[in-house]
Design a protein around this ligand. Structure first.
Ligand code: NAD
Length: 419
C-alpha cells in the first residue's frame, strides 16, 4: 500500500481525495494544514477522523514515511513545499496547478525532483475529463482532419454552486500569493492545458491579449489569442483564442465552481463543439441542444459522448488513478511532468504581459533570466479596490435570489464520494 499525505485541506481537497479513497493501492494516512480546525472539519466530513493532523507539514513529511504527497496550498507555497518533499525522498509529489508563481520557482522544483530522482506531477484535471478524453480520441482519429483553430470561452455565471470561502479568494486576488489573477493565471491553467493538448502542441509561438479588471480585482473579462508554432513552411497556420466572460446575471447552477466552458475546434475537414465541463450535469446537459460533443463533417452532424458521465469530479478521480499507477509501477511519467507544468505557467503569464505592454509577446522572452531582470512581472490592476469582491458577491447573490423567485430550480448541491 502506498502511504499518502495531503498538504492543505481547503476547497479542492474534497475532490483530490476521491481517487485515493477508492484506490486499493493507497492509504490516506495524514493531512497537514496550518489551520488545524479546517483540517479537522474536513476529516469529519470525509468520515476519516482517525487520520493524523499536522499543523506543520514538515513534521508530517519527517514522521510519516509517505510515498505520495498532494500539495494543495496557495501557489507561492508550491515551490518550497515541493523542494522539502523532494529532499525527504517522497517517491511521488503531486502539486496543484499552477505549478508556481515564477519560472524560476518552476525550475527549482524540476531540478530538486531530478536530483532526488522523485516523480513530480503537475496536477491539471481537465486533461482527464471523460468528455475531453473522448474528444481527443476523435481528433486523433482525424474526425475533423487537421485541427486548425481552437476557441474556448469560460463564462462565470450565477446560481447555486459549491461554496467558495472568502479565504480562498483572499490569496487569489493577491499577486504575491497567486502569481497572477484568479481567472487567467489560476483557472486559466486548465484551459491553456486543453488548448495545447487537444491541438497536439506543447507550447505556442506568440500571444496577443487584453486583460480587463471589471470588478477592480478579478482579471475578467479577458480575451487573448495566439499562434501555435509552425513545423513546416507548407503547413496551414494554427491559431487559438481564449475568452473569460463575467455574466453573473445568468442563472446557471453548478455542482462545483460557478462557471462553465465551451470549446469550438475547426479542422481541415470539419468542426467540433464541446459543451460544458465544470458545471456539466446541470440544466443545459439535459437539453437536446447541448450534447457533450457535436461534430460536423461531410454534410453530417454527429453527437458523441452521451454514454459518458457529465460530472467534473471524474477528471480528478482519473488524474489521481493515473498518478497512483505511475508511482506503483515505477513506469511512465506523470501527466503533467514538471516541464509541462512550467510551460503552462509561461503560457499563463503571456496574456498579462501582452496586455500591460500593449504588444504581441513571444514564447522565447519568457525565461528565468528575463524574470531575474524584472522583465516579466505582472502588475496589479490600477483600478484595484478592496470593495470590488464584496460588490461582486452582492451582485451574484441578488441574481440568485431573483432566479429562485422566478421559480428556477434551486438545490443545495452535494456530491458524494462514490466513484
Ligand atoms: N484542479 C482544480 O480544478 C482546482 C480548483 C481549485 C483550486 N485548485 C488549486 O488547489 C490549490 C489550493 O486551492 P484551494 O481552492 O483549495 O485553496 P484554499 O484556500 O481553499 O485552501 C488552501 C489550504 O491550504 C492551507 N495552507 C495555507 N498555508 C499552509 C501551510 N503553510 N501549510 C499547510 N497548509 C497551508 C490553508 O489553511 C487552506 O486550508 C491551489 O493551487 C489552487 O490553484 C485547483
Amino acid at each position: 500500500m502506498l502511504r499518502v499525505g495531503l498538504i492543505g485541506t481547503g476547497d479542492i481537497s474534497n475532490l483530490n481525495i476521491l481517487g485515493y479513497i477508492h484506490s486499493k493501492d493507497t492509504e490516506l494516512v495524514a493531512v497537514a494544514d496550518n489551520d488545524i480546525l479546517i483540517a479537522a472539519g474536513k476529516l469529519e466530513c470525509w468520515g476519516l477522523k482517525s487520520l493524523k493532523i499536522y499543523e506543520d507539514y514538515k513534521k508530517m513529511i519527517d514522521k510519516e514515511d509517505l510515498d505520495i504527497v498532494e500539495i494543495l496550498t496557495p501557489h507561492h507555497l508550491h515551490a518550497p513545499m515541493t523542494e522539502y518533499c523532494a529532499k525527504a525522498g517522497i517517491s511521488g509529489i503531486s502539486v496543484q496547478k499552477p505549478m508556481a508563481n515564477t519560472i524560476m520557482d518552476c525550475e527549482r522544483m524540476i531540478n530538486a525532483c531530478k536530483e532526488e530522482k522523485v516523480k513530480l506531477k503537475l496536477f491539471e484535471n481537465f486533461r482527464f475529463y471523460p468528455i475531453y478524453l473522448r474528444a481527443k480520441e476523435l481528433l486523433e482519429k482525424g474526425i475533423i482532419g487537421e485541427p486548425l483553430n481552437f476557441r474556448i470561452n469560460t463564462i462565470g455565471m450565477g446560481g447555486p454552486s459549491m461554496t467558495v470561502g472568502l479565504r480562498a479568494y483572499s490569496w487569489r486576488i493577491n499577486m504575491d500569493t497567486c502569481g497572477g489573477g484568479p481567472w487567467v493565471y489560476d483557472d486559466g491553467q486548465h484551459k491553456l492545458s486543453v488548448a495545447l493538448w487537444l491541438m497536439n502542441e506543447e507550447r505556442v509561438e506568440k500571444v496577443h491579449g487584453w486583460v480587463d479588471y471589471f470588478t477592480g480585482v478579478l482579471d475578467c473579462p479577458a480575451n487573448f489569442f495566439w499562434k501555435y508554432p509552425s513545423r513546416n513552411p507548407d503547413d496551414l497556420p494554427k491559431y487559438g483564442t481564449m475568452e473569460f466572460t463575467l455574466a453573473t446575471n445568468v442563472y446557471y447552477p453548478s455542482n462545483y465552481y460557478n462557471c462553465d466552458e465551451f470549446i469550438e475546434i475547426s479542422g481541415t475537414k470539419g468542426m467540433m463543439w464541446i459543451n460544458q465541463c465544470t458545471a456539466g450535469g446541470n440544466f443545459l446537459s439535459e437539453t437536446p441542444q447541448y450534447p457533450p460533443i457535436v461534430v460536423y463533417v461531410d454534410g453530417d452532424v454527429q453527437i458523441h459522448g452521451k454514454d459518458l458521465p457529465r460530472d467534473w469530479r471524474y477528471s480528478f478521480i482519473n488524474s489521481t488513478e493515473h498518478f497512483i499507477e505511475v508511482i506503483k509501477s515505477g513506469r511512465g511519467e506523470p501527466i503533467y511532468t514538471g516541464e509541462q507544468g512550467k510551460n503552462l505557467c509561461i503560457f499563463g503569464k503571456m496574456p498579462y504581459i501582452s496586455s500591460q505592454e500593449e504588444r504581441i509577446v513571444y514564447w522565447e522572452e519568457f525565461t528565468s533570466e528575463n524574470e531575474k531582470k524584472g522583465a516579466l512581472s505582472i502588475k496589479r490592476p490600477s483600478t484595484s479596490q478592496k470593495s470590488g469582491m464584496t460588490k461582486y458577491y452582492v451582485r451574484k447573490s441578488k441574481d440568485m435570489k431573483k432566479g429562485i423567485k422566478q421559480g428556477l430550480k434551486h438545490e443545495n448541491f452535494k456530491y458524494d464520494y462514490e466513484s
